[in-house]
Design a protein around this ligand. Structure first.
Ligand SMILES: Nc1nc2c(ncn2[C@@H]2O[C@H](COP(=O)(O)OP(=O)(O)OP(=O)(O)O)[C@@H](O)[C@H]2O)c(=O)[nH]1
Ligand SMILES: [Mg+2]
Length: 215
């Protein structure tokens, strides 16, 4: 495994990361872990509670923001998620944050209206920063096996994915299968999740992974 995380590229304004995926794959947890990593590097980090569908989702992210020691923008449950994105990125610009990480509601890749909502969120963010989101990361649960293919395809159609995160590799022997599958896409695996705790996130090194399989 690589020992350190990739440094954030030098850009004007905050580095905006959006995290997407189907229900329950580990989006919110992974955001907490990524935020904690950037905080450890001394970065100023802001979270956006873009899952406004359930009150519990906002509370969950608030808890992670405490654990990661970063700030958060939240609105009432039921608010337009795009409005949360806008406020979060605006605050990120105004208050000189280094990193802005936006949570989104879990959406079935087959639900067209939710995929449209995703596109709207991206458009709204681009009104403030034309190059953003700098990363759109799709979270895949390693235990779902083959289904990861369909999820990746559908999300690729809806938005410009820049990377994948494979979670729950601690709980399955199918992990290698999923990583093998997603390697067919031209999208790098950025991180892997190996547990539920804040430190259970690793950068992914494709070469080392391949070597470990064929060793
Ligand atoms: N074992 C293990 N559990 C994980 C990992 N990542 C997340 N989880 C667990 O998976 C469950 C769902 O995680 P969430 O972060 O709430 O997932 P989500 O994608 O935000 O879910 P929704 O918001 O409901 O779509 C939680 O119980 C997490 O603790 C991981 O890498 N390993
Ligand atoms: Mg969530």
């Amino acid at each position: 495994m690589k020992e350190s995380y990739d440094a954030i590229p030098e850009i004007n304004g905050p580095y905006v990361i959006m995290v997407v995926g189907v229900n329950g794959v580990g989006k919110t947890t992974t955001i907490g872990k990524i935020a904690a990593q950037y905080r450890q590097q001394g970065k100023k980090v802001l979270m956006g509670a873009g899952d406004t569908f359930r009150a519990a989702a906002i509370e969950q992210l608030v808890e992670w923001s405490r654990r990661a020691d970063c700030d958060i923008v939240q609105k009432d449950p039921g608010s337009d998620p795009s409005a949360v994105m806008y406020e979060t990125v605006q605050k990120g610009i105004d208050e000189d944050y280094d990193v802005v990480i936006c949570d989104t509601a879990g959406r079935l890749h087959t639900k067209k209206n939710l995929m449209e909502e995703l596109k709207k969120m991206v458009r709204v963010i681009r009104k403030l920063i034309p190059d953003a989101p700098h990363e759109i990361l799709l979270v895949l649960d390693a235990t779902t096996g083959q289904n990861a293919i369909f999820q990746t395809r559908e999300f690729m159609e809806a938005t410009d994915l820049t990377g994948l995160i494979i979670t729950k590799l601690d709980g399955t022997s199918k992990g290698g299968v999923v990583i093998g599958i997603v390697n067919e896409f031209d999208i790098p695996v950025r991180y892997i999740g190996v547990g539920e705790q804040v430190e259970d996130l690793r950068p992914f090194d494709a070469q080392q992974f391949t070597e470990s399989i064929f060793a």
